[in-house]
Design a protein around this ligand. Structure first.
Ligand SMILES: [Zn+2]
Length: 710
């Protein structure tokens, strides 16, 4: 199949009201960047656009929270995020802003064109209004009592405690999340996109695949199918708000375009600005049928990019996305990444804490990308991937070859094999072709983990070849063969410098420098990059080992950011408020799931992992506070066959006298550790709900102390 004439590639516009974390990068930006770097390397015509999403109620509420203006908020986070992307090597052709004049004009005209074509329906409805804040309230900004379970903090669209879908009218005693007062009802007029009229077309395009040239990922197609099969309804695409692109119609004062219409049009305005800056035409990138349009997003944006935006594009005769390879979510150390709870690895902080190790993060996030299911970031795994793969395999192979070439041949490429290749050499060099084939096939299928693994496989083969032939021993007996082995190894390293470029751009650049090759990396499968007699440069260190202490600092920092106490009324409110802002309900194309009452599942384990844990039933016999430690209680626990001292950080949750007689489940074979000078001999299991409230996990009545739980 021949390549498309040109590509338009987008990554979700991040909301300019907070910094980026690793989940965002793994979801929508690293895959887009790898894809585009690869396309550029192959000489394809591609534009890669992104930018800050700077409209919507989330921005105005964040400004109120920080006691500043919306403009100050977006200026601040636009710069932070733009710099973080740049430092991590996410190489957009343009990182634009939806607050720019060009965007405002583009979005406004786009709306007007659709309005003139009669695409919209006009409706007047009653909506909740906060008189103190003089604004209408989106569903998520209204809280009240759930009619189903009595939860006092149910949202206007859903109760997260019992999972019931609600409308604001169903809430008992509704109140505004802004003023905390009961809202009033007011009439307001809005414009609706009649998605129901496009249902048949969406069914044939998405479900039957008519007019599509690529298969969509199972998770993407599945989510779309379920939306379509539930039936589509007209969707309001304007809002009552003073921050955004004004609705360009008479009688629409105080109304702006819904941020979910506004944001994806940001891809188009970014392309326009890029065209202006580079003397290009923007139209072919959005209107020519020979252009391939690809959206990289997180799974929370699927409906907008696969259903709503395509309807808007189709209605204005723009091209439709060829593919939307949405990723699932990345979790962190067993919990959902959360901006509001500060459970995150922030990109700008990583870059500060690990200078010069941008590629290590890229490598780890790609090797762990949530392509088909949720994945998990752990610091221990990050360290292991660096030390065991980047340092021990890729780094080690390159370093040994470079050092030996310097030592034996003054850094000049030695004489390669002259007659028929030995079988072991032929097998080794055949790995180069295999790597090009596997990497390009995987990238074209949006399988970036597999692609990067094929890159590492070539390095692994190199390390193995070197370890088997041992040129450092061979040099004493067979100088001719030594030269051949190092020559062959250098050819592989030359190709690694090309193949690493989409994944590890800094490493590729270092390799190019060491090898004395042009920094402009092509996709040259056949070339002999390093002929005999070619002078190399001095070797540089590619990767360095990350020590346990460095990792411990990060783990401690993560846990130190966590509140130990049950949230007070005040902090609960602010958590809810930030959840609303960050959950993307009102817009924002970021890829973090927040606001759910449930933590994500941890990665699957095998039975043997579980069988190592010795769980026992027990009873708390005594409990007391630990001196000079606000959070700790010291328990004496009866396990039937013995009594244990266990120290637990629950003093903010339980009074000592409450705990005496409490039945508990114990991890009995956890290595003892000292807390405030007391040796704790095990761990009491506790359940934690989404508000941080703790519960003992008690065995059923009659379970004897010491009984094994399995
Ligand atoms: Zn409920």
């Amino acid at each position: 199949m021949s390549a498309p004439k040109r590509y338009t590639v987008t990554s979700a516009l991040p909301y300019a009201n907070g910094p980026l974390h690793v989940g965002h990068i793994a979801g929508a930006y690293l895959p887009g960047d790898i894809y585009v770097r690869y396309l550029r390397q192959r000489g394809r015509d591609v534009v890669y656009v992104c930018g800050s999403d700077e409209h919507g109620a989330a921005i105005t509420i964040q400004a109120k929270k920080e006691g500043t203006t919306p403009q100050a908020i977006i200026d601040k986070y636009h710069e932070i995020n733009k710099q973080a992307f740049k430092d991590l090597g996410i190489d957009f052709d343009i990182y634009h802003r939806t607050s720019s004049e060009l965007h405002r004009e583009t979005a406004s005209n786009y709306f007007k064109d659709l309005y003139d074509k009669g695409v919209f329906e006009e409706r007047e409805t009653e909506q909740y209004y906060d008189e103190d804040f003089s604004q209408f309230l989106a569903d998520r900004y209204i809280v009240g009592t759930c009619p189903n379970c009595g939860n006092d903090n149910a949202y206007g669209d859903q109760c997260e405690k019992c999972g019931t879908t609600l409308s604001p009218d169903e809430l008992i005693s509704p109140r505004s999340m802004l003023s905390n007062k009961p809202p009033v009802k007011r009439l307001t007029k809005h414009w609706y996109l009649p998605l129901n009229q496009y249902e048949e077309w969406l069914r044939s395009w998405i479900i039957k695949g008519e007019g599509r040239t690529e298969e969509w990922k199972v998770n993407v197609a599945g989510q779309c199918r379920s939306w379509i099969e539930q039936g589509l309804h007209p969707r309001s695409i304007t809002r009552d708000l003073d921050w955004g692109v004004p609705v360009p119609l008479p009688g629409a004062e105080g109304k702006v375009l819904y941020v979910w219409l506004d944001a994806p049009i940001g891809y188009i305005s970014a392309t326009k600005q890029w065209a202006v800056d580079n003397g290009k035409q923007w139209e072919p990138y959005w209107k020519d049928a020979e252009t391939k349009l690809v959206h990289f997003i997180g799974k929370d944006n699927i409906v907008f990019h696969c259903i709503i935006f395509p309807v808007i594009l189709k209605a204005n005769d723009y091209i439709l996305p060829t593919n939307v390879p949405a990723n699932e979510f990345m979790n962190l150390e067993g919990r959902k990444l959360s901006t509001s709870r500060n459970w995150a690895v922030w990109v700008h902080e990583y870059l500060r804490d690990f200078p010069g190790q941008e590629d290590v993060l890229r490598y780890y996030l790609c090797s762990n990308m949530p392509e088909t299911k949720d994945s998990e970031f752990t610091w221990a795994d990050f360290q292991a991937k660096n030390n065991n793969e980047l340092v021990a395999t890729l780094g080690n192979f390159v370093n040994r070859v470079m050092v030996l070439t310097n030592k034996y041949y003054n850094g000049i490429v030695p004489q390669g094999p002259q007659d028929v290749l030995k079988q072991e050499d032929a097998d080794f060099l055949a790995q180069i072709d295999r790597a090009y084939k596997n990497i390009s096939e995987s990238i074209e299928k949006y399988e970036f983990r597999a692609a990067q693994n094929s890159l590492m496989e070539l390095a692994r083969q190199g390390d193995k070849y070197l370890g088997t032939l041992e040129p450092w021993k061979l040099i004493k007996t067979d100088p001719v063969r030594t030269a051949e082995v190092l020559y062959n190894s250098l050819q592989v390293i030359g190709h690694l410098s090309q193949l690493a470029q989409p994944f590890l751009p800094n490493t590729a650049a270092k390799l190019r420098r060491m090898l004395h090759l042009n920094a402009n990396v092509a996709w040259n499968e056949q070339a002999t990059l390093l002929p005999t007699g070619y002078q190399l440069n001095q070797p540089e260190l590619l990767f360095s080992k990350i020590e346990d202490e460095t990792i411990q600092i990060q783990v401690d920092k993560l846990h130190a950011s966590q509140p130990m106490t049950t949230p007070t009324e005040e902090t609960q409110k602010s958590v809810i408020l930030s959840n609303v802002i960050l959950s993307g309900v009102e817009g924002g194309v970021e890829g973090g799931a927040e606001g759910s009452a449930y933590e994500p599942m941890k990665a699957e384990i095998v039975f043997d992992d579980f069988a190592k844990i010795d769980l026992r039933a027990g009873t708390i016999l005594a409990a007391e506070k630990v001196a000079k430690a606000d959070k700790l209680l010291k328990f004496t626990v009866d396990l039937g066959f013995e009594q244990r001292t266990i120290v637990s950080g629950v003093a903010m949750h339980f009074k000592p006298e409450q705990c005496i007689g409490q039945r508990v489940s114990i991890v009995a074979n956890l290595a003892p550790r000292k807390l405030k000078g007391i040796e704790s001999q095990g761990m009491i299991l506790l359940a934690e709900d989404s508000t941080g409230k703790l519960y003992f996990t008690e065995p059923t009545v009659g379970t004897p102390n010491g009984a094994v739980i399995r």
